[in-house]
Design a binder for this molecule. Structure first.
Ligand SMILES: Cc1cc2nc3c(=O)[nH]c(=O)nc-3n(C[C@H](O)[C@H](O)[C@H](O)COP(=O)(O)OP(=O)(O)OC[C@H]3O[C@@H](n4cnc5c(N)ncnc54)[C@H](O)[C@@H]3O)c2cc1C
Ligand code: SF4
Length: 334
């Protein structure tokens, strides 16, 4: 691990002050929340911002609250531990609490935040290495080169680095919306739309924008949800495949309009598998239908060999976790 590069450090105490700094410093600055991803990445020379704007003292961004109209609102600076332990989150969206609790280790959940999880950089075995390691191999698309080293023939001009955030995957399944603020104004978009699918620029945040929070619509509170994760080390690891499911079914097990299957940890964005929703809508859940849906999820999940785990095995795990998630939903409906 290298020493941190030199940078200017700012510690604003309000959102407006933070936005003013971002407007002034623009692309030369990066926000830091818990720092659990940013600091190791800076030590590896993956980022070298001239300025770091710590959000730790911006208390207005820490709130988690329920409103019957607006639903669940979670401030960007709420920690993963706080989300996992929050009574409203656990009661209304237990799968969101479960996804927050699935992140890394207790230390990472203590420091890591919701905003940092949503804005997590994508990962790749050719990228998350020391500067020295990368220097011996030359640049790839994500580091300013021409070709992707992880693509099957090494000639693709696109980056396929993997988005591996547990909470973000569950929040996409919860149909969450993310709010971004800058000195230019505020915009709110569906979290699914926040992600670009481009491993080199994984989300739509502009350099002068802050993620200020995320909200789950009130209508989702009585929708069944689950999050399942597959990782190498249970004690501390990113998902090498994850499956989030939300689904509303009636007592006859007939699936309604509210159904989303999202696969994380295999592509450059939380992958919403629309084919599964199309298959299930209006049909009665049974073992045969579940098997068809699991096969569709497996087909849609196309990992490259750029994270831990064998590709075929990870696809198999997507199949298995989709099957388990749908069985949970079936039990819940019954
Ligand atoms: C060993 C290890 C294991 C890990 N395992 C997991 C895992 O299992 N699952 C998982 O999901 N993650 C994992 N992580 C990644 C990370 O700890 C979490 O995703 C955490 O939620 C990141 O939050 P943070 O506040 O620490 O982000 P930071 O490191 O502070 O920031 C991450 C990125 O988000 C940006 N950012 C932060 N907050 C904002 C904001 N409000 N607005 C705009 N941009 C912002 C930063 O500029 C930076 O680019 C792991 C990390 C490590 C080191
Ligand atoms: S997926 Fe390809 S371009 Fe992206 S970081 Fe890995 S090797 Fe580089």
């Amino acid at each position: 691990m290298q020493a941190l590069p030199a940078f200017r450090y700012f510690a604003p105490t309000s959102v407006d002050e933070a936005l003013g700094l971002l407007a002034e410093l623009g692309g030369e600055a990066m926000p830091a929340a818990g720092g659990t991803d940013l600091v190791p990445s800076m030590r590896q020379g993956l980022f070298a911002p001239k300025s770091v704007i710590s959000l730790q003292a911006v208390d207005a961004l820490r709130r988690i609250g329920w409103d019957d109209g607006a639903g669940l609102e979670i401030g960007a600076l709420a920690t993963l531990r706080e989300v996992a332990a929050d009574a409203e989150v656990r009661r209304r969206f237990p799968f969101v609490a479960r996804a927050a609790h699935a992140v890394g280790s207790p230390q990472l959940r203590e420091m890591g935040t919701v905003g940092g999880n949503l804005c997590l950089d994508t990962r790749c075995t050719f990228y998350n290495q020391s500067q020295g390691w990368r220097d011996t191999r030359g640049a790839c698309v994500k580091t300013g080169g021409e070709f992707c080293k992880a693509s099957p023939n090494g000639r693709a001009r696109k980056c396929f680095a993997v988005f591996s955030a547990d909470l973000a995957t569950a929040l996409v399944a919860a149909d969450a919306r993310v709010t971004l603020r800058s000195a230019r104004g505020t915009r709110t978009l569906a979290l699914a739309e926040f992600y670009t699918g481009d491993g080199a620029k994984p989300n739509a945040r502009a350099p002068d924008e802050l993620v200020t929070g995320v909200s789950i619509p009130a209508r989702m509170q009585d929708v069944f949800g689950t999050y399942l994760k597959y990782r190498v080390r249970q004690s501390i690891d990113y998902p090498i495949a994850g499956v989030a499911l939300t689904l509303r079914a009636d007592a006859a097990r007939r699936v309604g309009d509210e159904v989303r299957l999202v696969v994380g940890g295999v592509t450059s964005r939380p992958l919403v598998v629309g084919a599964v929703a199309e298959l299930l809508r209006g049909r009665s859940l049974d073992d045969a239908l579940i098997e068809q849906a699991a096969a569709l999820a497996r087909k849609a999940a196309t990992p490259l060999a750029n994270t831990a785990g064998d590709r075929a095995h990870r696809r198999e795990m997507v199949h298995e976790m989709t099957r388990r998630a749908l069985r949970e939903a079936l039990n819940h409906a019954q």
